[in-house]
Write a protein that binds this ligand. Structure first.
Ligand SMILES: Cc1cc2nc3c(=O)[nH]c(=O)nc-3n(C[C@H](O)[C@H](O)[C@H](O)COP(=O)(O)O)c2cc1C
Length: 323
């Protein structure tokens, strides 16, 4: 989660029994290295393997700065992160090969996660790229994604019907998008997922890099508060995303003015000022559709434990109905 998930969030999630990712996002080698250092020291303070975390890359960002990008990915590989996640690029295969080539010299392999937005992308990732873990991201998800992704309830079963994923030996498939509770995770398991990915829920933790104002905006959000938009990428000039990608965020005046055709320079000034002064009606808050069910800021490790317990209770309750 670019701009939100640093070493502390990833490590606390992992320490509680889930698996946390640090976002490389738009980072330099030095800043990413420092977040990895934070993750390692937290994990080691819990007497856990210091490399039990992953790093997520925006592939289009890697493509835009190839020389630095290779140094960035190499640094992560040298730090023996357990997993690397690639999303949002026109040539993910090139980066997967980069990891695999590096791993030829290593005993322990890096798990490659790839996030997809259509059943055809899923087929290619599994059959042709031979990835290790597939993340199926529905239209409900917070942050960036495809504006054409199907809803998760339809998308996940479609992907699970792919011949390469039927029966034994298929790669794990994780469900992402709009999930907020343990009951949601139980539902995804019932549909056949191996697990779930939650993003927005973890923005509401002390460890996330979001500001208190951003977190309050999430707590205050209603079930119709989010929208898919390019408003924020346009005003921030974070452009270069593959065709069809936009982002789901909380709706506010920046989005409304963008949709009404307000000149970009006017919008940028208001956005910068609003971000500086902490004005929720101007600032960027990425968010999935499940946000209305999130009402508290809790330590990331507590969120993991609560989700786990809720999920287990729901699965048991459903099993009871069969007796
Ligand atoms: C603040 C934020 C930043 C994100 N950044 C990335 C990213 O850099 N790369 C990526 O593949 N997905 C990114 N995502 C999407 C997540 O990987 C995940 O699919 C999504 O959060 C799931 O939906 P949810 O937010 O409704 O739980 C981001 C999500 C959020 C909320």
């Amino acid at each position: 989660m670019a701009g939100a998930s640093g070493g502390a969030l990833a490590a606390q999630v992992s320490s509680a029994g889930a698996f946390g990712f640090i976002a490389a996002g738009y980072d330099s080698v030095e800043s990413l290295k420092s977040q990895i250092g934070i993750a390692r020291s937290i994990l080691q303070s819990h007497k856990l393997d210091g490399s039990f975390f992953g790093v997520g890359f925006l592939a289009w960002q890697l493509d835009q700065r190839r020389d630095e990008a290779e140094k960035l990915v190499n640094m992560v590989l040298e730090h023996k992160a357990k997993a690397i996640w690639f999303a949002f690029g026109n040539d993910l295969q090139k980066w997967i090969k980069f990891v695999r080539d590096h791993d030829e010299r290593k005993e322990e392999k890096t798990l490659v996660f790839v996030q997809v937005s259509s059943t055809e992308e899923a087929r290619i990732a599994v059959e042709e790229w031979k990835i290790d873990v597939l993340v199926v991201q529905g239209i409900e998800s917070g942050g960036h994604g495809s504006s054409h992704s199907p809803p998760l309830l339809t998308f996940l079963p479609s992907v699970l019907c792919l011949p390469a994923l039927r029966g034994e030996g298929g790669v794990p498939v994780l469900a992402a998008g709009g999930l907020a509770t343990g009951a949601h995770i139980a539902a995804m398991l019932a549909l056949g997922a191996s697990g779930s990915v939650l993003g927005t829920r973890f923005l509401l933790s002390p460890e996330s890099l979001y500001t208190d104002v951003q977190k309050k905006a999430l707590v205050d959000a209603k079930d119709n508060s989010t929208v898919r938009t390019m408003a924020f990428d346009t005003v921030r000039e974070t452009l270069g995303w593959p065709a069809g990608i936009d982002g789901r965020a909380l709706k506010n005046d920046t989005v409304q003015d963008f949709d009404c055709g307000t000149p970009i320079n006017v919008l940028q000034d208001k956005f910068k000022e609003g971000t500086k002064s902490g004005n929720p009606s101007r600032m960027l808050v990425w968010s999935g559709t499940g946000v209305a069910l999130m009402k508290e800021v809790n330590p990331a490790a507590d969120i993991v434990l609560e989700l786990h317990e809720e999920c287990e209770n729901h699965l048991k309750a459903v099993a009871q109905t069969l007796r």
